[in-house]
Each structure stands twice: as C-alpha cells, then as structure tokens.
Design a protein around this ligand. Structure first.
Ligand code: NAD
Length: 272
C-alpha cells in the first residue's frame, strides 16, 4: 500500500508511539491523517505540532474502540489503519477484564471495522511480551509464546485474530512486536523508564524479591526521561508478577553501562 495520497487512521494516535507515528506520516505525501483516541492515556498536547498541519484531525464524533459505530464512521474512506490503542501491562495485570475488553474485544472491533470499510492494510501493535521468559537465546521471532501475564495474552490473541481475519476476509496486515519503547511524550515516565532500565540490571543484580529493597544501576538516557537521582518507589512488571521495589538510581554513562553489561552473567534460562 502506498502512503502517497492515502487517508490514514491512527487509533491510539494521541499516545506515545501513535503521536510520533502521526509526525512521521506528516512527512510523507499523505492526504489525510485521522486520530482516533479516547484520551485515557494519550494527550492532545502530544499532537500540538501535528495539528498545525491541516491534513491532521482528531475524529470529532468520538474515539473509543469499544464504540463500534463511531469507529466504523472514522474508517470511512480510509486506506490504512495503525492500531496503537491498548491498556498497558500493569493495568492489564490489575484489571484483566478491562484488558480483555479493550485489548481483545476492542482489537476485534478495529479488525471488523477495517473489513467493513474495505481498509487496505492494518498495522497492529503487538509486543515482545508474547515471548515471556526466554526458553532459548537469542530470542528471535521463532521463539515460543511463553507469556504468562494478561497483557501478553491479549497481544497473542490480537495476533491470532489478525491471522484469522486475513484468512477469512483477506484483511492485509502487519503485526509489530515492540520491545521497550520510551522517550518524550510517554506519560508514565518513572514506571516505563524503570521497566527499560531494569530489564538488563535485573541480570546484573541479585534477583529482586517482591517488596524488597534492591540496589540497581539504572542507565540514563538524557533524551528520554528525568534521571533518578534519588531513591524512588516504583512498580514494574516482572515476567510472572508485578513487584514493588525500591530503586537506588545510579546514573551511568552509556559507555559505563555497556561495560557492565559485558561483565554481567547470563540470566538463567527458566524451564517451564
Ligand atoms: N511502549 C512500549 O514499550 C510498547 C511495547 C510493546 C508494545 N506496545 C504497544 O504499542 C501500542 C502503543 O503503545 P504506547 O506506548 O504508545 O502506549 P500509550 O498508552 O502511550 O498509547 C495508547 C493510546 O491508546 C489510547 N487508548 C486506550 N484505550 C483506548 C480505547 N478504548 N479507545 C481508543 N483509544 C484508547 C490511549 O489514550 C493512548 O493514547 C500499544 O498497543 C502497546 O501495547 C508498546
């Protein structure tokens, strides 16, 4: 599908990845970019620059993927859809039924609306969460789905439904399994940064026990977020459960962090 001259719908387009995608699409010779978002996490502020371009509009009638008639209306005349709307990992952990409603039923609604409106291609946001704990390394796309949390389960369901929609209705799609995406505009700076920062340090430090205090070395990317210069209480997602840990942030240069990584022992491969 060519972007040139196309009308595109960005579902969840006011969020972190969605709003940056809108910025990218503006640079292409697209005809119209519609943003569909219920703003539970996304912010109009994220689109401030984009909205100065007359091709970009927020869908006025509504923006929830659970409102199927409004969703369908937003796809009228649309060539391609980017689907970013989802509840994130910790929310899915705390509210599994809502995770089901938004991430699974909502995603089904997006696919169904695409079929009804003859959308040429759907780009789906999956996640590396589908893999869960490593059963083999390096983890590649052939790695088994070893996920054990609700968030990953919804992403696996999304991928499986995409395949079924393709075979049943010919819906063309791409599914992308993002790792940890972070940067300007994320609204959960401490949590998500911690999840980025902790993934590797977990391999360096002693295993973290729920509720325990752990000294972790946290990489700091100046472009991304404010540094942890003091102790902070954060929640982050382990593979099996959500733990609360106390992090002592030690700001490291990228070079020092890379050096630490070299020295780090390999994480044990879990057998399940
Ligand atoms: N950020 C990451 O590290 C990461 C990693 C893997 C996968 N993903 C996936 O990528 C996608 C985008 O992630 P993000 O980091 O930009 O998240 P985000 O929370 O910043 O963006 C999601 C957007 O969806 C909107 N939304 C939520 N529920 C909605 C609903 N019912 N109807 C309409 N809009 C709704 C939110 O308001 C928000 O603007 C998500 O599907 C996420 O699961 C993200």
């Amino acid at each position: 599908m060519k972007l040139e001259g196309s009308t595109l719908l960005v579902v969840g387009g006011a969020g972190l990845i969605g709003s940056h995608t809108v910025d990218q699409l503006i640079r292409e010779n697209t005809r119209e970019i519609r943003v569909y978002d219920n703003f539970v996490r996304g912010r109009a502020e994220n689109l401030r620059g984009a909205l100065t371009d007359p091709r970009v509009k927020i869908w006025d009638a509504g923006g929830d993927i659970l409102q199927t008639d409004i969703l369908e209306s937003a796809m009228d005349g649309v060539d391609g859809v980017f689907h970013f709307a989802a509840l994130w990992l910790l929310q899915c952990h705390e509210f599994p039924r809502s995770a089901f409603d938004v991430n699974i039923r909502g995603t089904f609604n997006v696919m169904e609306a695409c079929v009804k409106q003859g959308v040429k291609r759907l780009v789906y946001s999956s996640s590396a969460s589908v893999y869960g704990d490593a059963v083999k390394e390096p983890m590649d796309e052939g790695h088994p789905f070893n996920n054990k949390n609700f968030y990953g389960a919804t992403k696996i369901a999304g991928e499986a439904m995409l395949r079924a929609f393709h075979h049943r209705y010919g819906l063309d799609y791409v599914g992308l399994r993002y790792m940890n995406v972070y940067g300007p505009r994320q609204d959960y700076v401490e949590n998500s940064w911690a999840s980025c920062g902790c993934t590797t340090p977990e391999r360096i430090a002693e295993p973290i026990q729920p509720g325990a205090s752990a000294k972790l070395k946290v990489q700091y990317n100046a472009a991304a977020v404010a540094p942890f210069t003091k102790d902070v209480n954060i929640k982050f997602a382990g593979i099996d459960e959500v733990k609360t840990v106390k992090i002592t942030g030690e700001v490291l240069s990228t070079e020092a962090f890379a050096e630490l990584q070299k020295q780090a022992p390999k994480a044990p491969v879990k057998k399940s």
